[in-house]
Design a protein around this ligand. Structure first.
Ligand code: MLC
Ligand code: AMP
Length: 491
């Protein structure tokens, strides 16, 4: 049974599991609500049979109820970005064949048309909770549990199918490696449509019987007051958050800054991941707070694969070693295993933590596995036993503030602008975002386009974090003899 996967939720437990805008919720309370929700979804069917049920919910008790409720009912949970543009939502919902969507009543107005068009039944939490059902299915761990979207070298995000078994492997590996316990308390302000928030924070905490403070957004002043009062024992964030924290601390007076730094210093663990943590950020964080950041490396398709040690040296600029249960190997361009240190190769992985497939996309699934190894597209070297990420094999993938973005997807949208005749998007180095999206465009004859107009135009067509931060207008894009844009020359 799926319940066994999260023992603290199903056992009698009156400890606080979640704190959200409505108050505190114990494990017992969330368990009853999850069960009621799951039965409401199932009604008299007994098993959702892998139905894709999407939800657009802020970080809250409702979100956790929907996620676990869909799991228990035998469905596939499709958590969506609450800030998606309509065209993005249309792609997510239609590409994986969602049939029901849960969203708060206040969003139904803007979702009605799209859901009608895609024949999706749009529901509130309360509507599902009010429905009756009596039996929940017994699930094999091989059953798919969740679909998350990831950008790649294609122009539309792909649905990554993750099984119950993979979720369990991803979570239990981290719980052991980072020594989670039921005494832990962690803030969760990262988005809940990606594994950093869903697996590393929410699921590891709930698996361990710990407490999660759910916040719909990163809020610097609120977070800092909680840090001063020792609310949390563990902190996990993307490097951009550490950059923003460092900037904030440096702008405060000494006493305020010291109180916050000491608060961070008293925690048992600070983790950085989802993008490279610059060495200067690692060093500055240690200087300010005394915390040696634990940097780890992961991916939507694998969960966490590589981590610096909990006990032992955490090395700046390195992601550490393979996590227990994950086999990591570097391969050269001829698909030969790299056996020597200092020689770069692509990171490939194996293990129970791996995803099952890209939804309805056997070609992409097949291309990403070679001889049973999942090919990450990330290039790394091993130096003195520690893995260092050197970059990615594709220039078309951009990591901005921890979000993975597809240059081709953004170009595709820009090219629908009536004044744009050519577009090339790249990521450029940026102190805050790691990489920032830069757009190089050519305009149709006689057209004019300023940055503010482009930003405004983009805002209804893509999530805000994908909107180019820089715009350069060129007469023509640099191309090679084959007519392909030479993006490295734009960099
Ligand atoms: C926000 N903005 C961004 C951005 N986030 N721009 C580029 N890249 C981003 N990531 C822009 C907004 O569009 C807005 O622009 C301005 O910044 C302020 O927006 P905000 O929402 O108030 O910003 P903030 O709350 O500070 O958000 C920053 C952030 C967020 C770091 C909290 O980006 C974030 O949650 N990132 C984490 C994403 C994540 O979880 N990735 C993990 C993927 S899983 P303007 O112009 O309107 O002011 C994975 C695997 C693994 O990678 O290993 O974990
Ligand atoms: P996503 O597809 O959003 O899950 O992003 C996964 C990608 O994030 C990986 O393929 C890496 O490129 C990148 N990534 C995650 N953690 C790190 C890290 N610690 N250092 C460098 N890159 C990272």
């Amino acid at each position: 049974m799926n319940e066994q996967f999260f023992p603290h939720i199903t056992q009698d437990n009156n400890k606080v599991a979640l704190v959200d805008a409505c108050g505190s919720h114990t494990y017992d309370q969330i368990n009853s609500r999850i069960e009621m929700f799951a039965k409401g979804l199932v009604e008299d069917q007994q098993d959702l049979q892998e139905e894709r049920v999407a939800f657009l919910l802020d970080a809250s008790l409702d979100y956790v109820t929907a996620l676990h409720g869909i799991w228990r009912a035998g469905g596939m949970a499709v958590p969506l970005n609450v800030a998606s543009a309509e065209a993005e939502l249309e792609h997510y919902l239609s590409s994986v064949g969602v049939t029901r969507m849960i969203a708060p009543a206040e969003h139904h107005g803007k979702l009605n048309k799209l859901c009608r068009q895609l024949q999706i039944s749009l529901l509130t939490m309360d509507q599902v909770l009010a429905q009756q059902g009596s039996v929940l299915p017994s699930l094999s761990s091989e059953r798919p549990a969740m679909i998350l979207f990831t950008s790649g070298t294609t122009n539309k995000p792909k649905g990554v199918v993750i099984t119950h078994k993979a979720i369990k492997a991803q979570v239990t590996t981290l719980v052991d490696a980072w020594q989670w316990s039921d005494d832990d308390v962690i803030p969760l302000f990262l988005p809940l449509h990606h594994i950093h928030g869903i697996i590393n924070i929410l699921s590891c905490a709930l698996w361990s019987g710990a407490t999660v403070h759910l916040m719909p957004k990163f809020n610097m002043p609120d977070l800092c007051s909680d840090i001063i009062t020792d609310t949390y024992s563990v902190f996990m964030a993307v490097p951009t958050i550490y950059v923003k924290l460092i900037d904030h601390l440096e702008g405060l007076d000494n006493a305020q800054s010291q109180a916050i730094c000491e608060g961070f210093g008293r925690m048992r663990l600070n983790v950085s991941g989802s993008a490279a943590c610059p060495v200067n950020v690692f060093n500055k964080w240690r200087e300010l707070t005394g915390q040696v950041l634990l940097e780890r490396y992961g991916m939507t398709e694998v969960g966490m694969g590589i981590s610096n040690p909990y006990d032992g040296e955490r090395r700046a600029g390195y992601v550490g070693q393979a996590l227990p249960g994950v086999t990591v190997q570097l391969f050269d361009e001829q698909d030969q295993q790299v056996t020597q240190e200092q020689t770069p190769g692509e990171i490939r992985m194996k293990g129970d933590n791996l995803f099952r497939e890209y939804w309805n996309n056997p070609k992409a699934t097949q291309e990403t596995f070679k001889q049973g190894w999942f090919c990450s597209g990330d290039i790394a070297v091993i130096e003195d036993g520690y893995i260092r990420i050197m970059g990615r094999s594709s220039i078309d993938i951009i990591k901005s503030g921890g979000y993975k973005l597809s240059a081709l997807e953004i170009e595709g949208v820009l090219l629908t602008h009536e004044d744009i005749s050519e577009a090339a998007v790249i990521g450029i180095a940026d102190d805050t975002w790691g990489e920032a999206v830069a757009a190089y465009i050519c305009l149709r004859q006689g057209a004019q386009l300023g940055y503010a107009d482009l930003k405004d135009w983009c805002s209804s067509r893509m999530s805000a974090y994908k909107i180019p931060k820089q715009l350069k207008i060129l007469d023509s894009l640099p191309r090679n003899a084959m007519g392909k844009v030479t993006k490295p020359s734009l960099k």
